[in-house]
Write a protein that binds this ligand. Structure first.
Ligand code: ADP
Ligand code: MG
Length: 254
């Protein structure tokens, strides 16, 4: 059993208000959530309920208007490569090749060239883009860019992965494959994962816990544990039932 001393991500009473053109939007209100070491937690909820905002706060790209966020016991004060982040819009460096994008964090950390090359090669293989090592982002499809974003975050072997709909623009088959790869990486490395998706099936397939949010303002409505062992059979009755139950709960709070 895990206890509170295992907590890696602690989100406590967090609110986020955006001000733009004199208008203010409350994206999150009184959100509390903790994620234990090695846990895979997924946040689901309708578009606009504040999922991306929550992840940006944990990554340190934004600060909360109210409340506290700590990671490994320390207040989040800005981005940190130990919190590998993959966003919906991938944010690749357009002037760098695929290989250079994936190597970016390793260069920053001063990892020697030979070791860097080996690591990048391995990751490109895992994401199925070995043949595109020298391509530039503009030559890639949306799904390929997302895979490069994932590889770039993984390259520095972060303890924590923050993933915002990382498989949103890949086809169904690639999506399943990447989900399997992610699970393997997670199981093999003991990483703590905070994952955002609006795909309930994806949430049930991957997670230890599913956090249901509703908008607006975004709040946590319920948390559901999924104890079944992985890999999970999507045609099993429990799986189908779980997806349906979650769907109904989300609908009723939308
Ligand atoms: N930079 C921003 N400035 C103003 N409003 C924002 C900004 N980012 C998000 N919002 C608003 O905050 C709410 C939550 O957005 P977001 O976190 O992107 O939700 P989700 O990822 O669940 O779709 C929405 O109403 C959105 O319009
Ligand atoms: Mg979003």
């Amino acid at each position: 059993m895990r206890d509170s001393t295992d907590t890696v991500i602690a989100i406590d009473g967090v609110a986020k208000q955006y001000k733009r053109d004199g208008r203010s939007t409350t994206a999150l209100r009184d959100v509390s959530l903790s994620v234990s070491s090695g846990e895979f937690v997924t946040v689901v909820g309708p578009s606009g309920c504040g999922k991306t905002t929550l992840l940006r706060l944990v990554s340190g790209l934004e600060s909360p208007t109210d409340g506290d966020i700590t990671v490994a016991g320390k207040p989040v004060q800005g981005p940190d490569p130990n919190r590998g982040t993959v966003f919906q819009e991938y944010h690749l460096f357009p002037w760098l090749t695929v290989r250079e994008n994936v190597a970016f964090g390793l260069v920053e950390q001063g990892v020697p060239a030979a070791e860097r090359q080996e690591r990048v090669q391995e990751l490109l293989y895992v994401i199925g883009l070995s043949d595109f090592a020298d391509a530039y982002p503009k030559e890639l499809s949306g799904g390929m860019k997302q895979r490069v974003g994932l590889a770039r975050a993984l390259a520095v072997d972060p303890d924590i992965l923050l993933l915002d709909e990382p498989f949103g623009s890949v086809d169904m088959q690639t999506r399943r494959q990447l989900q399997r790869e992610l699970l393997e990486i997670w199981r093999g490395t003991d990483k703590t994962v905070l994952f955002v998706t609006h795909d309930i099936e994806e949430a049930v397939a991957l997670s230890d816990r599913i956090v249901i949010m509703s908008g607006t303002p975004g709040r946590v409505r319920a948390t559901v544990s999924v104890a079944e062992s992985r890999p999970r059979n999507r045609s099993a009755q429990w799986f189908v039932d779980q997806v349906e139950t979650l769907f109904e709960r989300i609908e009723s709070h939308a």
